[in-house]
Design a protein around this ligand. Structure first.
Ligand SMILES: [Cu+2]
Length: 197
């Protein structure tokens, strides 16, 4: 009993350690040019339509200091992302996305492949033993790569859905909006952000 308790404690400690948000420089890279926007500061909404694999429009113009609401509609049949960043940030994010797809956390058509699984159709699955309560987003390590669903500069949109994102551009710099799902950037899911004065 004593041994079992200490093993359990050790496992819990290990879990806690891995679940702690880690300070990853790439996660906060958007802070060099922007921040999470406040709804009350929005003066303009930009509509973005995503298809397999392109954006409409292909360029957007913003001003430094401006808070913009992006209304992002996915008119395609695949999962797509609208992510504002530098070319280097997109490159980094593409590697993380690749890992998420390989791990099965996402599928080509859903951002929550795991959450979307229908456990009731799986024979022999014991719901109690699976500890669904422990599968909360909070415990899934959102703070560090590659789980970054809640970054203010990016939104993932399932096919047929529309999502909104409010972002404040704080500093003029060279930016792209892009989809970092494996293969999409290369096939044309990238557009330019230009700053007007
Ligand atoms: Cu895409």
């Amino acid at each position: 009993m004593r041994l079992a308790t200490s093993v359990a404690a050790a496992a819990l400690a290990l879990f806690a350690a891995t679940a702690l948000p880690q300070p990853a420089a790439a996660d906060a890279a958007y802070q060099a040019f922007g921040a999470r926007g406040r709804a009350q500061d929005v003066k303009r909404t930009i509509d973005i339509v995503m298809r397999d694999n392109s954006y409409q429009p292909q360029r957007i113009q913003v001003r430094a200091g401006e808070t913009v609401r992006f209304r992002v509609r996915n008119a395609g049949e695949l999962l797509h992302e609208f992510n504002i960043g530098t070319a280097a940030m997109h490159q980094q994010h593409q590697r993380e996305m690749q890992a998420m797809f390989e791990s099965g956390m996402m599928s080509a058509t859903s951002k929550d492949a795991m959450a979307g699984m229908d456990h009731s159709k799986m024979p022999g699955m014991n719901h109690g033993a699976m500890g669904h309560g422990g599968m909360s987003h909070g415990s899934m390590n959102h703070g560090s790569a590659p789980m970054r669903h809640d970054d203010p500069n990016a939104v993932l949109v399932d096919p047929g859905k529309t999502e909104e994102m409010v972002f404040k551009f704080t500093k003029a710099t060279t930016l792209e909006f892009a989809c970092n799902i494996p293969g999409h950037y290369e096939s044309g899911m990238v557009g330019s952000v230009t700053f007007s004065r």
